[in-house]
Ligand binder design. Structure first.
Ligand SMILES: Cc1cc2nc3c(=O)[nH]c(=O)nc-3n(C[C@H](O)[C@H](O)[C@H](O)COP(=O)(O)OP(=O)(O)OC[C@H]3O[C@@H](n4cnc5c(N)ncnc54)[C@H](O)[C@@H]3O)c2cc1C
Length: 441
């Protein structure tokens, strides 16, 4: 029986494990630092209190309960020996396989922006989303209690990066402040606050068509989101951000959607990594020089049909996971491996209530507005791992849509209440920041 060791139980690793598990001659060890799969595309809905964590995180043992040949180990892999296909964990254990699959995903890339790693909130894990939700609720409660804090930026929310994640987050905040917050905090003067989306490019949603970009821009502006395009965030402090044009915005909530790189494990695999710290792979998804080692999803640079790298998307991760399993099974059966052939289903982004953009299929058929909104909800619910999760997500969305109330506005991360309203700048770097106990990816 061949043994396959998989690192990472996300879209890529899990799909690889599920496909291999059907084969009687293969046993799998799936290692993940968490005991759940997190559904990243819906993280921003947890951050915006539209969904609860249990709607978007799924226990790995439950998902794989019908596959006795998959052994799950909850552990952080700290280093990898590609030559022997062995991984070493934080507890000092080692797992060796006939095949090794590396699918450890991404983490935030702050591009060396001073203060960003300590004072901004990335949005790449469940913990990140819960921290954002608690911080947003905390500043609202503080400003409600003491309106003088509004001048110190209590109600300013700065989102860095105008890609799908930043745009979705900005649209959600626009909706929340126009509806939910107004209703829940009747005494709060929201006029003193703003949602600002900062991006160094000249448009939001760079990967989409100009029509979709124009629609997204208009929709965000209608929701009161201020766009600061062609501008970089230069520094992030505990109480303000400094932009490249010299502007200073007082704020205690900076959300970082400004870029990503491979999970930190890629520093300890013993080979030179490529763009974004990811492992460059061959067309068959193996790492050059290591025929029985595969790298997948967000952890790999996978070349597409046009010669450029495929984007970091759930569909790329999911398909590469299944393809890798197919190649491993071909190897075991003595058949040749096949080059990965990505089937592009298109891209979509939610911009807020009743507003989304979608470019469907390889020919990029464009949808906008309520139709795209409905398509977005359908596609994302369908991707959720269990029937129960799909039903619960739809119930929460319906409650939010018709009742205009946030189902899960719970401030449960107490450390996010500790805001030093007088502390600012470099001197504050040593005090508690959002990422003090948060490790992404
Ligand atoms: C906020 C956000 C929104 C997104 N929206 C969309 C969207 O709408 N549509 C879309 O297609 N894509 C979207 N994506 C991208 C998509 O979620 C990723 O491309 C996809 O999750 C990648 O899958 P993966 O399996 O490669 O990595 P992940 O899903 O990140 O899984 C990696 C796994 O590895 C584990 N791990 C990491 N390091 C270690 C270690 N050292 N030891 C053990 N385990 C480890 C992690 O715990 C995790 O479970 C979004 C991403 C984000 C962050």
């Amino acid at each position: 029986m061949k043994h396959v060791v998989i690192v990472g139980g996300g879209f890529a690793g899990l799909n690889c494990a599920k496909k291999l598990a059907k084969h009687p001659d293969v046993r799998v060890t799936l290692i993940d630092k968490n005991n759940y799969q997190q559904f990243q595309p819906l993280l921003y809905q947890v951050a915006g209190a539209a969904l609860s964590p249990s709607n978007i995180a799924f226990n790995l043992r439950s998902i794989l309960k019908d596959h006795p040949d998959v052994d799950i180990k909850m552990s952080q892999v700290v280093s990898v020996d590609l030559n022997t296909r062995t991984v070493h964990t934080a507890e000092g254990l080692a797992y060796q396989g006939d095949f090794l699959v590396l699918a450890a995903g991404s983490q935030a890339d702050f591009f060396g922006t001073p203060g960003a790693d300590r004072h901004s909130y990335p949005l790449y894990s469940l913990r990140d989303a819960e921290a954002i939700r608690s911080r947003v609720l905390a500043v609202l409660e503080c400003a409600d209690r003491d309106s003088s804090l509004i001048a110190k930026g209590a109600l300013n929310f700065v989102i860095v990066g105008g890609g799908p994640t930043g745009t979705e987050m900005a649209g959600a905040f626009g909706d929340v402040f126009h509806h939910g917050v107004k209703k829940a905090f009747a005494d709060l003067n929201l006029v003193g606050g703003e949602v600002v989306l900062v991006d160094g490019g000249q448009t939001v949603l760079k990967a989409f068509s100009p029509r979709a970009q124009a629609y997204a821009t208009k929709t965000l502006e209608q929701r009161g989101v201020k766009l600061r395009l062609g501008t970089h965030v230069k520094e992030v402090h505990q109480g303000h951000v400094v932009l490249s044009d010299g502007t200073t915005i007082p704020t205690h909530t900076v959300i970082w959607a400004g870029g990503l790189k491979a999970a930190s494990l890629s520093d300890n695999v013993g080979v030179k990594t490529g763009h974004g710290g990811r492992l460059d792979v061959q067309p068959d998804l193996t790492v050059l020089g290591f025929p029985n080692v595969y790298a997948l999803g967000d952890f790999a640079n996978i070349v597409g049909k046009d010669g450029s790298h495929l984007p970091q998307l759930a569909s790329v991760a999911e398909q590469s996971g299944k393809w890798c399993a197919k190649n491993i099974l071909a190897d075991i059966a003595g058949r040749p491996r096949e080059p990965f052939d990505y089937f592009d289903k298109g891209i979509m982004a939610m911009i807020g209530r009743n507003s989304a953009v979608a470019e469907v299929g390889q020919h990029r058929h464009e949808l906008q507005g309520a139709v795209a909104f409905a398509a977005w909800l359908g596609v994302h619910a369908a991707l959720l791992s269990t029937t129960r999760a799909k039903v619960e997500a739809f119930l929460e969305w319906a409650w939010d849509y018709f009742g205009r109330s946030r189902g899960d506005a719970i401030l449960d991360r107490n450390e996010q209440k500790d805001i030093d309203w007088n502390d600012d700048g470099e001197a504050s770097m040593a005090t508690a920041g959002p990422n003090q106990d948060i490790k992404t990816s």
